[in-house]
Ligand binder design. Structure first.
Ligand code: UDP
Length: 235
């Protein structure tokens, strides 16, 4: 295995599958299977999942809502997704723990780094919910922050695109994919990899990032084994 401890960042939108809103159960179970495979292969897995399939603060603001209120609602949306993913993984017989950045003691542990690391060492999958716990951030930033805190080897950003391209591949058939790119190159080229806060956190703390297509069965295992199927971003 190339990586011993990973932080898997999944978008909330990906959980919709072909639906317009909410959680598609087939997609949820597919992700749970993929995660189970790498955990059973001995990889320590921590997960951050977004909430865009349910609620986004920015969109609420466009509709006239106070941004802070909207962002807290977005963070609650990540908890719904985290709980769904937790249930799906546990239904496959793998132990998990959910830690929340906003205190919700009836359903999740508080985020405590030492405790998270201990869970990982015991082979439990740890899901970090409620983003960073602060408005004006995203779950990409939460992923970067938690990855650095728990000293993960890498952030694996699972998307529906198989890596980073010089142009949007869904709009331009001539778009060219990068196998490997540095943070500075990605910034200079104006590539949309993560939001700038997450990007800067990764760069300053030398946290590598791999962007890959999570919807292709078996891909998560391939990335963890070191096969270069996505794009690696390094310092
Ligand atoms: N959010 C926030 N602080 C955080 C993480 C998330 O305020 O640390 C809110 C924000 O409103 C965001 C929403 O939660 O739009 C859902 O997260 P995100 O948009 O990152 O989800 P994804 O795009 O990955 O589905």
């Amino acid at each position: 295995m190339k990586y011993k401890r990973i932080l898997l960042k999944l978008s909330g939108e990906a959980l919709m599958g072909d639906k317009q809103f909410g959680i598609d159960n087939n997609r949820l179970m597919q992700y749970a299977q993929e995660i189970k495979s790498v955990a059973e292969a001995g990889v320590q897995v921590a997960i951050v999942i977004g909430g865009g399939n349910i609620f986004r603060g920015v969109q609420a603001e466009e509709g006239g809502m106070d941004r802070t209120q909207g962002d807290y609602m977005g963070m609650l949306a990540t908890m719904i997704n985290s709980m769904a993913l937790q249930a799906a993984i546990e239904s496959l017989g793998i132990q998990t723990r959910l830690q929340s950045a906003i205190s919700m003691k009836e359903i999740a542990e508080p985020f405590i780094k030492r405790r998270a690391v201990r869970h990982l060492e015991k082979g439990r999958i740890v899901i970090f919910g409620a983003g960073t716990g602060n408005p004006f951030f995203t779950t990409d930033s939460a992923g970067a922050l938690r990855a650095i805190e728990i000293e993960a080897d890498v952030i694996l950003k699972g998307t529906r695109v198989d890596g980073i391209y010089d142009m949007d591949p869904e709009k331009n058939p001539n778009a060219v994919k990068f196998q490997q790119i540095t943070f500075d190159e990605a910034y200079a080229k104006g590539l949309n990899v993560m939001d700038m806060t997450a990007f800067t956190l990764c760069k300053e703390n030398k946290m590598d990032l791999v962007v890959f297509d999570m919807n292709q069965p078996g891909n998560l295992m391939k990335v963890v084994e070191g096969e270069s199927i996505g794009t690696t971003v390094e310092v």
